[in-house]
Design a binder for this molecule. Structure first.
Ligand code: NDP
Length: 313
């Protein structure tokens, strides 16, 4: 394998975690190189208003915020490459990363910030009304629907949490569950079932989201008797799981059964020395821009310490 290039710190991913890691690594003199991946800016690029990121009192659009992150990372000397890392080799003390164009890079430290991708139902109307009532994050967007009826689809812990969160803001939350039972933990199921303004529609799937320029209703179908029902809602939250973008680390790093990377508790260290993980690639619980940014900062500090401890300057 011909190694063409040596770097002290390579960051994979360009969401809040990756850019924050880059800001800290660049300021610490690690000359980081950040690979953006195929969706520069990550999940926030498909988000409109961000009202919960501290420091933006008037809110900001997701893409604009990521532009700010990028500029700040570049200001301190991060080299940004609009390319994908397609393979890794963590066999030796120095890590080999292969780019889309086939180039190999030797890196002393690697910060993984590849994020996760929300799963969608795959309906045309879902795509058309994305950010016009359709969302995959109640904590991010629920506030825009306070005082309005909404629906949540899914039956895991995320759907249960989102429904409970929305029930505090909205008069009625319709929870659309495709089977006659929920997958969520017992405690979360109990919470949902005991919340008077959450209406559970069992054995039901969403056929269509209705509305021209904004969500106005959903049409659901009962899987058992085939009957259909139209429910007026202004918000439609898809909570059917996320897929962490970690497949290139299969067989290299420890991950859970869903593919989330496992970091040592209280740190961003993976099981390979010099390889760190931040953001949603290792977080199936919080999944916020601010928590991703926080762990991005931690990963850069961990990488800096690793380099000092190994006498790499
Ligand atoms: P899960 O994979 O656990 O659940 C996904 C849910 O979506 C399932 O109930 C599934 O239905 C349903 N679903 C999937 N596809 C469709 C579809 N096309 N139409 C309708 N429904 C569909 O994902 P979660 O995001 O809920 O949770 C992921 C992991 O994160 C879990 O391990 C969970 O425990 C954990 N988590 C923990 C939290 C905490 O500790 N506070 C908070 C949130 C998540 P079915 O059951 O029929 O397959």
């Amino acid at each position: 394998m011909s190694v063409l290039e040596k770097q002290k710190c390579v960051i994979i991913g360009s969401g809040p975690a990756g850019y924050t890691a880059a800001i800290y690594a660049a300021r610490a003199g690690l000359n980081p190189v950040l690979f953006t991946g195929k969706e520069p800016g990550g999940q926030l690029m498909i988000t409109t208003d961000v009202d919960n990121f501290p420091g933006y009192p008037a809110g900001i659009m997701g893409p604009e915020m990521m532009e700010d992150f990028r500029k700040q990372a570049e200001r301190f000397g991060t080299e940004i490459r609009y390319e994908l890392i397609t393979g890794v080799d963590f066999t030796g003390p120095v890590h080999i990363l292969t780019t889309e164009s086939g180039k190999n890079i030797e890196a002393n430290t690697v910060i993984i910030s590849t994020g996760a991708t929300a799963k969608w139902l795959g309906l045309d109307s879902e795509k058309r009304l994305m950010n016009k009532g359709v969302s995959a994050c109640a904590v991010c967007d629920g506030f825009f629907f306070r005082g309005m009826d909404v629906a949540v689809v899914g039956a895991g812990d995320t759907a249960a949490e989102e429904a409970s969160y929305l029930a505090k803001l909205c008069p009625k939350v319709h929870l659309i569950v495709r089977r006659n039972e929920m997958r969520a933990s017992k405690i979360m199921q109990e919470r949902v079932k005991n919340t008077p303004n959450i209406v559970i529609h069992w054995n039901s799937e969403t056929v269509e989201i209705l509305g021209e320029n904004e969500t106005e209703a959903i049409r659901i179908k009962n899987n058992v008797n085939g009957s259909e029902e139209v429910i007026p809602v202004k918000g439609f939250f898809v909570a059917i799981g996320h897929q962490p973008n970690t497949s290139i680390f299969d067989n290299w790093l420890q991950m859970d059964s869903s593919g989330y990377l496992i970091a040592q508790q209280g740190s961003t260290k993976t099981d390979i020395p010099g390889v760190f993980v931040s953001g949603d690639a290792a977080d199936k619980v919080y999944r916020q821009a601010i928590t991703a940014a926080g762990t991005g900062c931690m990963a850069a500090l961990d990488a800096e310490r690793y380099l000092v401890e190994h006498g790499i300057s």
